[in-house]
Every structure is written in C-alpha cells, then in structure tokens.
Design a protein around this ligand. Structure first.
Ligand code: NSS
Length: 434
C-alpha cells in the first residue's frame, strides 16, 4: 500500500463530518478498550485524537485491533457516526484495518512516568502524550509568534555561528571544545554577530540555540536553550524595552489566536491573559529596596539569584522591567549610564508570579575608545575581541538589543514546574541522553 496517498481525512476533520461519511485514517493507537464484541481505539494523528469503534462483525479488523499493542501504527477505513457519547461527538465505525507498523509492549508503566528522571530517560516515547504534545505546540507558537512580530516590524532574519572564539556572557559558563588543533567554544549568544549585521540591515533577529556551562540546578537553567535575539541600529535603551514589550504581547495574542485548543488543554479551559497596560519599569535600586523590605539579605551591587528573582517577581501581577543594573553585574559590552556611571543602560524583563527573568537586553557601547577601556577594566584581553572592536571604527551607530529564552517564556505562560518541560530533549548538567 502506498500510505502517502491512502488517507482522505485527519482526526480533526472527522469531528465536523456528517453521519455516514466514508473515511480513511492513518495514525497510532493511543489507547484501547476491549469489550466482548467491540473495541474502542483512540487514534492519534498529527492533529489530535479520534475514537474508532471496531465491531466483531468485521472479523479481520477486530482480530487485528485485539492483538495490536498501543502505539502500533495503523490505517483504518470506515464510516463516521455521530454519537454524543464519543469525544468530540463523532466516532468512526471501522470496516477495514491495516497494520502499518506493529509495536512491542509499551514500556511506560505508571512507575516510569511518576519519576521525572526516568520520565526523561524515555522522553523519545513520553513526548507522544497529550500534555507534552500540547506544550511542544505552544513552544512552536512562541517561536512563530516572534518571527511574525519581527518580520512585521522589518527585522531581517540572520544566523550566527555556533563555534566561537571568545565569551559574550562571561568565561565561567563557556563550553570549551577542540576545533581541530585549536581551542573553541560553543556560543552563549549571537549578539556580537547581530551587531555586525545591523550595519547592513539596521534591524536583525536570530532564533538559535545558545549554550551555557551552568552547573546551577535551578528550575530555569538549561545548558542548551533556544535563544531569540534581536539587535537594532539607532535604538536606545528605552526603545529596545518597547520592542521587548511589543514582542511579548504579540506572542501572547498570537498564541491565543492560533493555539486555542492546546492552551485550553493546558490551562483548564482558559486562554492566556493579554496585557493592555504598559509593563511597569522599576530601577535596580528600587528592586533592591523591595527585596530588602521583604527581608532578603542583599546589598547594592549584587546580582539577583534565583531566590531573589522569585521573591521580586512574586510582588507583580504583570510582566515588569528591572532597569539600570550596576556595572559589576553586567557584561562588558553594556553602555554605562551617562548620568550615573555606576550603572548600565540595561534591563531584564521579568515574568510575574515568581517566574522571573525572561529577557535581558540594553544599549551597547558603540564608541571604540569607550569599549576598549571597558574591556581592559574587566580584565579581558582586547585581542580576543578584535573584530568586535573594529566594528566601532567603521560607522557603528548607537544601538540596542536583547535576548529572550524560549523555554523560560513557555514555562511562565503554561505555569510549568521546570524549563526542561518546555523543550523536547532537555540538556541539563545531569542530562545528555536521549
Ligand atoms: O545571558 S542573557 O541574560 N543575555 C544575553 O545572552 C545577551 N547577549 C542577549 C542579547 O542581548 N542579545 O540571556 C538572555 C536570555 C535570558 O533572559 C533568559 O531568558 C535566557 O536567555 N537564558 C537561559 N534560558 C535557559 N537556560 C539558561 N541557562 C539561560 N541563560 C539565559
């Protein structure tokens, strides 16, 4: 049989068909219930689930349905039956059933699924469940929503290399590897390459993995995450916060418009909250006061850890920016605030209700001497940043940019316990398989 031309409907089409319509379906047996003279199969295909009913009257189909393990791939022919008792009000009464690929006994017992570690050992199989399916589609929606936003706003999509020679976000979290006989690293951010590209396109964005050798075992750190980054010429710190805010609001609207089914599956029947008002903007100084007033032992100049972020973001019901981080807490490329050289023109966008940082950005140093001085004051070797410095000699305008962690956004929007739930095959300090 030529399976590519066999099918004439998907599960979701059946749900709006009239009684008696003949259909040919392809998919997997997600579950089955065997009765004396009837077998109920929940068939899964790329659009979801539909109920099949195999009656003992059709002996060959009945015998196959009885014998087959769940997750066997099948082709099934029959007629649509309108029935209020069926999920979605329709089922398909099967007359013929073909085995496309027979499955062994499914190894995922309740024990396996209960323990997050063994659950992720079987991620290649557990991803077939309705919940991970819906989460992965929302993740797709976050990326497509972002691409939709950037292309509408005139940003050009570029790509940057994964093998790099120097740190963007500090040497401590670089993954080192051998590049033939030289040392190289895995990229932490495409930002520097985007900065080069804005002198051609003015506004650019990337969607690609970034890598961090981060040992911290928190609910928000992966060693490989999907990074959406944007960079724009002639935009200052305030302007780029507007872009970040516009992006996050657009992603939410895009998901509500295009992923209603998945959102309702995951959010107990509701859609995502849309935010009309402008996101609040508080300074780092104000954030420190809030933390101190909540009994947190933190001094001015210290960076926020996971706990501080959680406590701070628990004070808010909408996303909010924290701006003007101290020079000591930010990478060297950040422009110092001309009105207060102890702080930078930087900001993090925080998700509310304890979820914390989802984007980070700000204005870059665009002047050669200023950047050279800052590189040296950070104890870095200017030779490592040759081309990046050189850009400042050839017409680099004031510019700003930011990065957004896709798994962090998905985790927040869906209230997931951990960022690893927001990606297909998570990479953490302890997980490199599957
Ligand atoms: O380190 S960042 O805060 N900033 C940058 O990499 C800039 N160079 C981006 C830019 O301006 N183009 O990371 C940006 C975002 C951060 O807000 C998180 O949402 C996410 O990337 N991020 C992570 N997600 C998951 N796991 C880890 N380890 C992680 N690190 C950052």
């Amino acid at each position: 049989m030529k399976w590519s031309s066999y099918r004439n409907a998907y599960s979701r089409d059946v749900l709006s068909m009239e009684d008696g319509k003949p259909v040919k379906l392809l998919g997997w047996i997600a579950s089955k219930r065997v009765h004396k003279d009837k077998i109920f199969i929940s068939l899964r295909d790329r659009f979801g689930y539909v109920q099949l009913v195999v009656s003992s009257h059709y002996e060959d189909a009945f015998d196959k349905a009885k014998r087959l393990n769940i997750e066997s791939a099948i082709a099934a022919e029959g007629f649509v039956k309108v029935d209020d008792r069926a999920p979605g009000g329709r089922e398909v009464h099967i007359t013929k059933l073909y085995v496309v690929s027979e499955a062994d006994v499914w190894p995922l017992t309740k024990e396996v699924l209960k323990n997050p570690d063994t659950m992720f050992d079987y991620r290649h199989l557990t991803m077939r469940g309705p919940r991970s399916r819906a989460i992965l589609l929302i993740r797709e929606g976050v990326v497509l929503g972002a691409i939709d936003y950037f292309t509408r706003e005139g940003y050009v999509y570029i790509t940057a290399p994964t093998f790099i020679t120097a740190a963007v976000e500090g040497g401590a979290t670089l993954f080192k590897l051998k590049y033939f006989d030289r040392d190289a690293y895995l990229t932490q951010s495409s930002q520097f390459y985007e900065e080069a590209a804005i002198c051609v396109f003015e506004k650019v964005f990337v969607v690609q993995p970034s890598f961090r050798a981060e040992k911290s075992r928190t609910r928000k750190h992966l060693t490989e995450f999907l990074h959406i980054e944007a960079e724009a010429a002639f935009l200052d710190h305030e302007d780029i916060m507007d872009v970040e805010e516009g992006l996050v609001k657009h992603i939410i609207t895009y998901l509500n418009e295009n992923y209603e089914r998945e959102l309702k599956t995951l959010l107990k029947g509701s859609l995502l909250q849309e935010y009309e008002e402008r996101f609040p903007r508080i300074t780092y100084d104000e954030a420190i006061s809030i933390l101190q007033n909540n009994g947190v032992d933190i001094e001015w100049g210290e960076d926020f850890g996971a706990d501080e972020e959680r406590i701070l973001s628990n004070q808010f019901e909408t996303p909010f920016f924290v701006t003007h981080f101290p020079v000591s807490t930010r990478s060297f490329y950040h422009m110092n605030d001309p009105s207060n050289p102890n702080v930078t023109l930087s900001s993090d966008l925080m998700a509310p209700q304890g979820y914390g940082e989802i984007t980070s950005g700000g204005q870059r140093i665009h002047k050669y001497d200023e950047l050279m001085e800052k590189i040296k004051s950070f104890g870095l070797d200017p030779a490592d940043y040759g081309w990046y410095l050189e850009l400042r000699k050839y017409g680099m305008p004031p510019h700003s940019g930011f990065g957004l962690g896709v798994e962090r956004v998905v985790r927040w929007l869906l209230h997931l316990p951990h960022v690893r739930d927001a990606t297909l095959f998570p990479r953490t300090p302890s997980r490199l398989y599957p």
